[in-house]
Design a protein around this ligand. Structure first.
Ligand code: PEP
Ligand code: MN
Length: 274
């Protein structure tokens, strides 16, 4: 696969990953806390995700924090919490890997490996991940870099797919602009452009884009209309106490309401919210 080989015929709505994360005619919602803080915190947040009817829960154990003085994540202990809770609840996990030496460890505990925006251009990491997931059911969510063009983002994905697995999902998470009323600027046109250029599914992270919870549901609706294949959204059982990204986390009630809010838009687009 190469972006230069893709047709520009139109937006692809029937994309899928062959590990089932993204299915044709569906809109996949992945929700959960920014970071895994403790067993109690993760189990409470994951139960809300399950109760809301979602199958995939997110949570970082290795956190790419802007400041080295901020909470950096629980590392391996966090991954163990994730796999234990997910085993109990029957959920699948999405978590970030920052260092190539942790890829195998992350794969032991989670189904989907996230590559963060700050690592989109870490080409040796991307290659190593591509080699590691080849022949497995694991998939990758590749965030768009804070200042990456669509072409750079798609080429980064090809570092992973060149390992042999096509289970890669692109994630638009906002880019840096002059605007200060939101944390980043959600670039929905990039979702549509990317889908014209590649068969890889494209999802949206409205939480990091907005940086504020009041915009998450409206941006999620807009993402459905922009032909996105799903969402990666932050939620927490007690956002006030969240150690990371507290302002953008959806509380439990809002997470429960998300499906209902999205369904009319999904129906209009011929999709079912998973
Ligand atoms: C995250 O999803 O927790 C995260 C750090 O996102 P990004 O890499 O998009 O900033
Ligand atoms: Mn976060």
């Amino acid at each position: 696969m190469s972006i230069s080989q893709k047709s520009a015929a139109g937006v692809k709505t029937n994309v899928s990953t062959n590990n089932g994360l993204i299915q044709p005619g569906s809109f996949r919602v992945i929700a959960g806390p920014c970071t895994i803080e403790s067993y109690e915190q993760f189990v409470a947040s994951a139960k809300a995700v399950k109760q809301a009817g979602y199958e995939y829960v997110r949570g970082g154990a290795f956190k790419p924090r802007t400041s080295p003085y901020s909470f950096q994540g629980l590392g391996e202990d966090g991954l163990k919490i994730m796999s234990e809770v997910n085993g109990e609840l029957g959920l699948k996990g999405v978590t970030e890997v920052m260092d190539a030496s942790d890829i195998e460890l992350v794969m032991e505990h989670a189904q989907i490996i996230q590559v963060g925006a700050r690592n989109m251009a870490n080409f040796s990491l991307l290659r190593r991940i591509g080699e590691a997931i080849a022949g497995t059911d694991h998939g990758v969510i590749l965030k768009r870099g804070l200042a990456a063009t669509v072409e750079e983002w798609l080429l980064a994905a090809e570092y992973i797919t060149s390992g042999g697995s096509e289970n890669v999902v692109l994630c638009e998470r906002g880019i840096r602009t002059f605007e200060t009323s939101t944390r980043f600027t959600l670039d929905l046109s990039a979702v549509i452009v990317a889908k014209r250029l590649t068969d890889l599914p494209v999802i949206v992270d409205p939480s990091h884009a907005a940086g504020r919870r009041d915009l998450v549901v409206p941006l999620s609706k807009a993402s459905v209309a922009a032909e996105a294949d799903g969402l990666l959204v932050e939620s927490h059982h007690d956002p006030q106490e969240a150690l990371c990204d507290a302002e953008q986390a959806l509380p439990v009630e809002a997470l429960m309401g998300l499906r209902e809010a999205l369904q009319p838009f999904a129906t209009a687009m011929g999709r079912e919210v998973l």
